[in-house]
Design a binder for this molecule. Structure first.
Ligand SMILES: [Zn+2]
Length: 452
């Protein structure tokens, strides 16, 4: 069972948490997809109330749900997104070259999933070890020949692996730092498992991009912390680790890739990227509470806009379905109260999700072929971070006049035929089109949509 004692203190610096960053209400766990037999049963909802620490500016959830509740049967299989695989492949080529990794090196990846990333090192003959808490996913990795141990990572696991001679030349942690309740224990563990001359690389969503891009749907119970560069630098420094380089990546709506080493080993000089990003965040106000407080207002406004837009489409008898069943989609749909009253169904390429239902909203998940069978008027893109990939895959919906809606950062409607993007409720679009009289998406198209 989960721990019912919820700390009200910052998980990094220990100061009391007293400021709300955003409150997304009560929500189910965003990866707890339901089978048909569960639809008539009680479903647990937990608070999705995010705080910001006024001392270290770590944005964080209290530990409402224990990690073993969330991650032991995690439904997310990385290998199904081609965009993500390509990202992983390019990363491996880059670090192999930059750090001269070879058959004598040891790579360790924390939260290695099904081995989607480590496979590219294995193909180059470089020894790897995955550490993955979800047993069902680790089994898939082991079956593919990617050695993977089923463990949560922290000081204990790091000490055990170090004793087994598994200290890392390259220690990787992608999209895991946010998911760690014991942040200090996790970073301390990385320090223990890293060889004296070893390098850590980690990727995690960048708080600056979350705020700039209004990406409130990337907040969910599985993500306990949300990092600015300034805050993550402090956390690493507290554990004897120095970040010597940083890259800004487009993945997950804008991520950071940090490169760290032992502070006492100065073999990698600190690059100008680090200094530039640090001063950019300071200039943008990330060391002042005001920027954090503004975010909540914008989130509420986005909810009203999206719901208004969907209501305007339903008033015109449009059929709307979802595309994708990512965790972020569930935060968005549950916060906005969008259920089967708006979306008839959603689709996902992942066969493990097909035949199931979205948590909270109970929207059914079908294979993508369902869209060609039912020819809906609108697809609401839930994994907006790969919207280009989806728009390419689904451009044929224009054959029946179908269009796509991107909800974040602002609600936009995309017509594959005209390539034109519009925002706002349907009435507003029609009015603006009449006034401007130069829009490629003419009122006659809107009229056609309305006649359907
Ligand atoms: Zn703090």
């Amino acid at each position: 069972m989960f721990n019912t004692i919820i700390s009200t203190r910052c998980r990094f610096c220990g100061k009391p948490l007293q400021h709300t960053f955003v409150n997304l209400g009560m929500q189910p766990l965003c990866e707890s997809f339901l089978g048909p037999e569960q639809l008539d049963q009680m479903e647990p909802f937990y608070p999705l109330h995010v705080y910001v620490c006024d001392n270290c500016f770590l944005v964080q959830l209290k530990e409402y749900v224990a990690p073993d509740e969330i991650f032991s049967e995690y439904a997310y299989f990385s290998s199904y997104s081609t965009t993500w695989l390509n990202h992983a492949y390019k990363y491996t080529c880059k670090v192999i070259d930059r750090f001269g990794l070879n058959k004598n090196s040891q790579i360790v990846e924390i939260a290695s999933n099904d081995g989607y990333l480590l496979q590219y090192f294995t193909k180059r003959g470089i020894p790897v070890l995955g550490v993955e808490p979800a047993a069902n996913i680790a089994e898939i990795a082991n079956n593919k020949g990617i050695p993977t141990v089923v463990k949560f990572f922290g000081v204990k696991t790091a000490t055990e692996l170090a004793a087994e001679n598994k200290q890392a030349d390259l220690l990787i942690g992608n999209n895991v730092l946010a998911q760690v309740p014991d942040l200090n224990g996790f970073v301390e563990g990385m320090q223990i498992l890293l060889k004296p001359q070893g390098v850590i690389t980690m990727e995690f969503p960048h708080l600056m991009k979350l705020i700039d891009g209004n990406q409130f749907d990337t907040i969910y119970h599985e993500h306990f912390s949300y990092f600015s560069y300034i805050t993550v630098e402090k956390i690493f420094a507290a554990h004897g680790l120095t970040i010597f380089d940083v890259e800004e990546l487009p993945t997950h709506g804008g991520s950071l890739r940090i490169y760290a080493r032992h502070t006492k080993n100065t073999f990698e000089p600190i690059t100008h990227h680090v200094k530039k990003l640090r001063s950019q965040e300071k200039k943008n106000g990330f060391t002042n509470l005001n920027i954090y407080f503004q975010f909540a207002k914008r989130v509420k406004e986005t909810k009203r806009k999206l719901v208004n837009y969907l209501i305007s489409l339903k008033k015109e008898n449009a059929t709307i379905v979802g595309y994708g069943a990512p965790g972020k989609g569930n935060t968005l749909l549950n916060y906005c109260g969008i259920g089967t009253d708006f979306l008839d169904y959603t689709v996902d390429r992942n066969p493990h999700k097909q035949g199931k239902f979205l948590p909270g909203t109970h929207i059914p998940i079908y294979p993508p072929e369902k869209i060609d069978e039912t020819k809906p008027d609108y697809l609401l893109i839930l994994p907006w971070n790969i919207k280009e990939e989806i728009i390419n895959q689904m451009s044929h919906i224009s054959n029946w006049g179908g269009r796509l809606i991107v909800p974040i950062p602002e609600v936009e409607c995309y017509d594959p035929k005209s390539g034109f993007t519009l925002a706002g409720p349907l009435e507003t679009i029609a009015d603006e089109a009449v006034i401007a009289n130069s829009s490629p998406l003419s009122t006659s198209i809107i009229e056609q949509q309305r006649r359907k």
